[in-house]
Design a protein around this ligand. Structure first.
Ligand code: NDP
Ligand code: 8X3
Length: 266
């Protein structure tokens, strides 16, 4: 087994759901954590809690993964992915494990009735954000001869469901990117894994339905979905295999789910 103790693990989307559960598990195992998301206050609360519970080393970056270059405005400079990663303080610069988890769905509309803004947000976050983080960090992994990228895909990357059109396309893209990255890294020791969950109860549906909590709750009614901790378990399993073992792709679903559209609801 590979120990993640003292390994530098960067988790995107650590402010909530699956990313937060991953942070808890890696912190418990003694990893040094870089927590990334846009909601700084949630990251800082989590960092404080993890530091209290596990005395682990933590670094928080408030960052929009969709923003490569950043910007300067009257309100001050906003770091993009490029400068946030290039300017990591020295003790944090050699990231060993990247968990590309930040992502979202917006809407469940038919394609011909869909919102362009929703599409752009999904494409920018789920595809471009994941690519930016990967581009910024993997070249360092290659030159150091050490690293692991764990992408959070989805059952939606394997099967398309009605109204899922663009979200499913972004997760199919994540699947293709994981595959392509693995091919491009062949001959280096850097591993690439894809963890593709079915239904997990998080803020995902609340975000999908733009804050309509009643509609979001109905998604999980009458069945037992996966928990964020279930997914974090598998991410941690991938990260802790011996270095000659790469868990390439894991599709994990609740027992109450058989496909992207088939559920056992009581
Ligand atoms: P949550 O809504 O609970 O978490 C999403 C996380 O992504 C938040 O921490 C959010 O942080 C972060 N995020 C979103 N956009 C950005 C951005 N532009 N820059 C930085 N961080 C961002 O949902 P989940 O935990 O369920 O989702 C995590 C991943 O799991 C996603 O990729 C999702 O597609 C995938 N997934 C989820 C499933 C589910 O059923 N829940 C099933 C399969 C896959 P903040 O808002 O603070 O920036
Ligand atoms: C999230 C799961 O089935 O809502 O990726 O697309 S699903």
């Amino acid at each position: 087994m590979f120990s993640v103790k003292d390994q530098i693990v960067l988790i995107t989307g650590a402010s909530s759901g699956i990313g937060k559960a991953c942070a808890q598990l890696f912190a418990q195992a003694g990893a040094k954590l870089i927590l990334v998301a846009r909601r700084q206050q949630l990251l800082e609360q989590l960092a404080e809690q993890l530091s209290k519970d596990f005395s682990c080393h933590l670094h928080v970056i408030c960052l929009d993964v969709c923003d490569w270059r950043g910007s300067a405005s009257a309100k001050g400079n906003r770091s993009g992915v490029q400068s946030a990663i290039n300017n990591l303080p020295e003790p944090w610069s050699a990231v060993d494990i990247l968990v590309n988890n930040a992502g979202l769905s917006r809407g469940l509309d038919k394609l011909h009735e869909g919102s362009i803004q929703d599409w752009e947000e999904m494409i920018d976050t789920n595809i471009k954000g994941l690519l930016y983080m990967t581009r910024a960090l993997v070249s360092g992994m290659v030159s150091r001869g050490k690293g692991h990228v764990i992408n959070i895909g989805s059952i939606a990357g394997h099967q398309t469901y009605p109204g899922g059109n663009v979200y499913c396309a972004t997760k199919a893209a994540v699947r293709a990117i994981s595959e392509g990255l693995k091919q491009d890294l062949l001959g280096t020791p850097v591993r690439v894994s894809s963890v593709d969950p079915g239904m997990v109860e998080t803020d995902f549906s609340k975000v999908r339905f733009h804050g309509d909590t009643e509609r979001a709750q109905k998604v999980y009614q009458g069945l037992t979905p996966l928990t964020p901790e279930d997914v974090a378990d598998v991410v941690f399993f991938c990260a802790t295999r011996p270095l000659h073992v790469n868990i390439s792709d894991v599709l994990m679903i609740p027992t109450d789910q058989a496909s992207a559209t088939l559920f056992n609801r009581q």
